[in-house]
Design a protein around this ligand. Structure first.
Ligand SMILES: Nc1ncnc2c1ncn2[C@@H]1O[C@H](COP(=O)(O)OP(=O)(O)O)[C@@H](O)[C@H]1O
Ligand SMILES: [Mg+2]
Length: 310
């Protein structure tokens, strides 16, 4: 695979003096889906804004499809489609007009066949004569994507495509993004949902406080950070954790009704069965068990931990 975006030593200091990006190095391969994963305030939107020419970098370089974003802004920008975090469109415009207009902004001649293909791919063709205000929230998001794709960009940025969206729409969006990748467009999305990165991405970059903490193939990342929490709902509350459980990383819930055990799904021995056996030996009965994947927050905690240990 050839690389389509090269970012070197990218820094951003806002006028306030705040350092939002602290030297980012990253290469994006053509055709991949890359998820930039990080909590609110990590610098995701700042990074995208710089690549798309909306914000100026303080230092470093970005090259998109062979075009330097500063020296050859127009060349770089025309290779990029951006769906910003905040959706904004003229509500009174009709779907097809707004998409045609977006294309025109990039100096591209009108191309009805291309616009029809985009609208069909996004299941918007039947709605093409509707005013945007007549569409559902999900359809409005699709219009934003259609606009971003109108000038045939090679890279599509989706900044928090499903923030504040209900579960059904989120799944819809994931399916749609999966289909878009078949058109060959490189997709970079930002998210603070680990589930979204897990579902969509080929590679994941974890960003925190302006620093890229790691970049990894998703499958490798999920393995590496594949921690789960087992919750054991007790038949009877207990006052304190018995010392016989000290060898497991367990915590007792506030009401004494539940024991939580954090374990590594990739470990040869997860400790789950031995813990349950020990509970049995201690005469501690339970009524229910469930496990959940670690949250992004847990992962950050473990990353920071690793850094300290290194
Ligand atoms: N125009 C600005 N001036 C000063 N600080 C800003 C500005 N825009 C963003 N920031 C700060 O930079 C940090 C990163 O913001 P942002 O890139 O929007 O994060 P994310 O998209 O990951 O939530 C935040 O702490 C934010 O408050
Ligand atoms: Mg953001």
């Amino acid at each position: 695979m050839a690389s389509i975006i090269r970012i070197e030593g990218l820094t951003k200091r806002y006028a306030s003096g705040f350092e939002a990006l602290k030297g980012i190095d990253l290469t994006i391969e053509e055709g991949e889906i890359f998820a930039l994963l990080g909590p609110n305030g990590a610098g995701k939107t700042t990074m995208i804004s710089i690549i798309c020419g909306i914000a100026r970098p303080t230092g470093g370089a970005v090259v998109v499809a062979g075009h330097d974003i500063i020296r050859d802004y127009r060349g770089a920008r025309s290779a990029i489609g951006l769906v910003p975090q905040e959706l904004s469109t003229d509500q009174f415009e009709r779907v097809i007009d707004t998409v045609n207009f977006s294309r025109g902004l990039f100096g591209k001649p009108r191309d009805d066949a291309h616009v029809e293909k985009i609208l069909r791919d996004l299941s918007l063709w039947d709605k093409r004569h509707n005013k945007i205000l007549e569409l559902s929230g999900g359809m409005k998001r699709r219009v934003m994507i259609a606009k971003a794709l109108s000038h045939e960009p090679r890279v599509l940025f989706l900044d928090e495509p499903t923030a504040g969206v209900d579960v059904e729409l989120r799944r819809d969006m994931w399916k749609l993004i999966g289909e878009l990748r078949k058109t060959g467009v490189t997709i970079i999305l930002t998210t603070h949902y680990i589930e979204e990165a897990e579902e969509m991405a080929d590679r994941v970059g974890v960003i925190n406080k302006g620093e890229l903490m790691l970049v990894e193939e998703k499958t490798a990342l999920m393995k590496k950070l594949g921690k789960k929490t087992l919750s054991v709902l007790l038949a009877e509350p207990i006052a304190a954790l018995p010392p016989e459980l000290a060898e497991w990383d367990v915590a007792l819930g506030a009401d004494g009704q539940q024991i939580d055990y954090v374990f590594d799904t990739q470990a040869e021995r997860t400790g789950v069965s031995s813990l349950l056996r020990r509970l049995g030996d201690l005469g501690i009965g339970y009524k229910d068990l469930n496990t959940r994947q670690s949250s992004l927050e847990d992962i950050f905690v473990s990353l920071v931990h690793q850094e300290k240990a290194a």
